[in-house]
Design a protein around this ligand. Sequence first.
Ligand code: NAD
Ligand SMILES: O=C(O)C1=N[C@H](C(=O)O)CCC1
Length: 252
Amino acid sequence: MIEQLPVAVLGANGRMGAEAVKAVESAPDMKLVAALGRGDSLTSLTDAGARFVVDLTVPESTEANVRFAVENGMHAVVGTTGWDAGRLERLESLLTGHEGVGVLIAPNFALGSVLASAFAAKASKYFESVEVIELHHPDKVDAPSGTAVRTAQLIAAERASAGVEPSPDATTSELAGARGCEVDGIRVHSVRLRGLVAHQEVLLGGPGEQLTFRHDSFDRASFMPGVLLGVRNVAQHPGLTVGLDGYLDLGL
Ligand SMILES: NC(=O)c1ccc[n+]([C@@H]2O[C@H](COP(=O)([O-])OP(=O)(O)OC[C@H]3O[C@@H](n4cnc5c(N)ncnc54)[C@H](O)[C@@H]3O)[C@@H](O)[C@H]2O)c1
Ligand SMILES: O=C(O)C1=N[C@H](C(=O)O)CCC1
């Protein structure tokens, strides 16, 4: 008989959490042991015997949820946004005291999105200009998206290590926000539009040419293979992993 991984979903009544509950219930190698919503006590995770926690909540809750999981020896697969440098640092030092526990912080679980960001980052050092445009549903509470922040960080790191100059920009007069925001020196623009789910374009420009990496999630089902891949791999990656690309063989 197949051994089933005992999985809990936090944020189970949300858009992503509800989809994750269905995905875990349908996975033959997993057993959904808890599905928690806002206000539910985290102690039900230990009571239910959860060994894997999938966090799909809100930026204000996610750090405390992950801390509870780690302190109780549970592996965590986290899709919630809001993991800035300070939070990641605190999590890394917490994990040093809990050997063997794995945490995956995945700004985007869609495999196509992970690939598009990784390819765009690699390509970006060959182009003079780069800008990121992310487009999401209007119920999203954070901007820019976690995916866009991560993509811009990857791009900035690639360009810095190749010694590429900042993208040219002659703007001297601007209505506030017209040029978007900057993440590690990379311009990021956020669109919120009814009908959208999650979409991103990385625009790379050089003399006389443009290369665009675009990814579209038309449905939250697009995130579920990545969530399940995260749960299946997190125990084999103790410590902190940022980005699902850490579990993929991208050969880059
Ligand atoms: N990594 C990815 O691929 C991916 C994909 C989509 C969304 N997201 C992110 O996931 C998060 C959730 O997105 P969503 O669209 O499902 O939001 P949502 O608002 O629909 O769902 C969040 C749910 O979490 C609940 N919640 C809040 N605090 C909680 C707590 N302490 N314990 C349990 N439940 C709690 C809320 O009541 C709500 O039901 C966001 O940060 C979003 O950006 C990530
Ligand atoms: O719908 C959301 O909210 C999404 N959040 C993540 C982000 O901020 O990048 C992933 C895409 C969908």
